[in-house]
Design a protein around this ligand. Structure first.
Ligand SMILES: *Cc1c(COP(=O)(O)O)cnc(C)c1O
Length: 383
């Protein structure tokens, strides 16, 4: 095994360098173009990327912004959510989803998630609704859609807004009544992040918002641009959140390869599935019938007593792994005073925090690396 490792490329959680090498000439040309034209703010690439994203996702409006966290905040501001309004979120997610709710003085109402898909369960959402509830934020965690048909129906019945946190699932396809829709275009507003390690990642920060509603699109643009439609005439308090033209240029290149990147992630996931199926104590990620999975993360569940030992064992084999997420949001100090628990128990989230482990997942994993990772996991559980 040691000699095997020596000639194999070091395994990384995310390998942006190898991916870059394949598009290097295009990236360098775009970079030169931006510098030669002095085109840095609201430039041609921002316009081009927005159009190409709208075409790819089949959505009317794509609006760039500075990062995924801003996208969520701008969405909530554009919808006119006000202090005291309640917003339902899963308690098993990245902090950004709930952080912006707190920042705006809204109340995060946290609910549990499904043990197998890691996503919101519609019945939990329904139970958490009060007369203060204004919005639901489904997070398509690790690259697979929530049960959006049920969530949209609950929202319609209760007159709630739906803001999709699609930072981890761009390119995932949701099927409802035989019709296919892209993740992030189903709710009133979809938000995404172009953080470098995301499935469509920039070489720096970036984000975007999506909507099919023309009025909402206007509001999103206005909030993101200091509350103005006309320069120096400010109708509302907004923020300054722009997608950098350089980052848009890089993203426009990578968008062309997104489907290929997704396919490579799916192949790596299929390899893991096949070679870990026989390991009794390992539960591989479930695929929901209504959504494709774009595998932002490939996340196993293992017995809680062995999880950290597995991570240490993999470390000695030079295999990185990550725990997404070790502490539920409802237990985070930052939310102590503002959270409303939308459920009596968070048993599934508690269990996930103790049992999940995410394996290396990106578009550049070789079969040799995958084999080595799977053999190492098999070895750990055979001891
Ligand atoms: C990455 C991420 C965000 C935030 O995106 P940034 O661009 O880092 O601000 C929000 N929600 C989820 C689920 C994420 O994974």
């Amino acid at each position: 095994m040691e000699t095997h490792l020596n000639k194999m490329q070091a395994i990384q959680m995310v390998d942006l360098k190898t991916q870059y090498q394949q598009i290097k000439p295009e990236v360098e040309a775009a970079l030169a173009q931006c510098f030669e034209k002095g085109d840095f703010i609201n430039g041609a690439y921002v316009q081009s990327l927005q159009q190409n994203l709208s075409r790819y996702l089949d959505v009317r409006h794509s609006i760039g912004c500075a990062n995924g966290t801003d996208a969520l905040q701008i969405a909530m501001m554009a919808l006119g959510l006000k202090a005291g309004d309640e917003v339902i979120v899963p308690t098993f997610t990245y902090v950004a989803t709930a952080e912006v709710i707190g920042l705006l003085g809204l109340t995060p109402v946290m609910v549990d998630v499904d043990l197998e898909t890691f996503n919101l369960r519609p019945q939990d959402v329904e139970q958490a609704i009060t007369d203060k509830t204004r919005a639901i934020v489904p997070v398509h965690l690790f690259g697979q859609c929530c049960d959006m048909s049920a969530i949209m129906e609950i929202a319609r019945k209760n007159r709630l807004y739906v803001i999709e946190d699609n930072a981890q699932a761009i390119g995932a396809v949701y099927t409802h009544n035989g019709e296919k829709t892209y993740a992030g275009t189903i709710g009133h507003i979809g938000c995404t992040s172009f953080y470098p390690s995301k499935n469509l990642g920039a070489y720096g920060d970036g984000g975007a918002m999506f909507t099919n509603d023309d009025t909402l699109a206007g509001k999103l643009k206005m909030v993101a641009n200091h509350g103005q439609n006309r320069r120096y005439y400010h109708d509302i308090i907004g923020v300054n959140s722009r997608l950098d033209n350089l980052q848009a240029a890089f993203l426009d290149i990578k968008l062309k390869y997104l489907d290929e990147y997704i396919q490579r992630r799916q192949s790596a996931a299929a390899y893991y599935d096949e070679h870990l199926a026989a390991v009794e104590e390992v539960i591989c990620p479930k695929r929901a019938a209504f959504s494709t999975h774009v595998f932002h993360q490939y996340t196993l569940r293992v017995p809680a007593a062995k999880r950290d030992k597995l991570q240490q064992f993999l470390q000695t084999k030079q295999i990185p792994s990550m725990i997404y997420y070790p502490l539920p949001l409802y237990e985070q100090a930052a939310f102590k005073d503002i959270v409303r628990k939308g459920a009596e128990s968070f048993a599934n989230t508690d269990e996930l925090c103790a049992t999940v482990i995410s394996l290396p997942m990106h578009s550049e994993l070789s079969v040799e690396q995958l084999a080595y990772i799977c053999e190492s996991i098999q070895e750990f559980f055979a001891r």
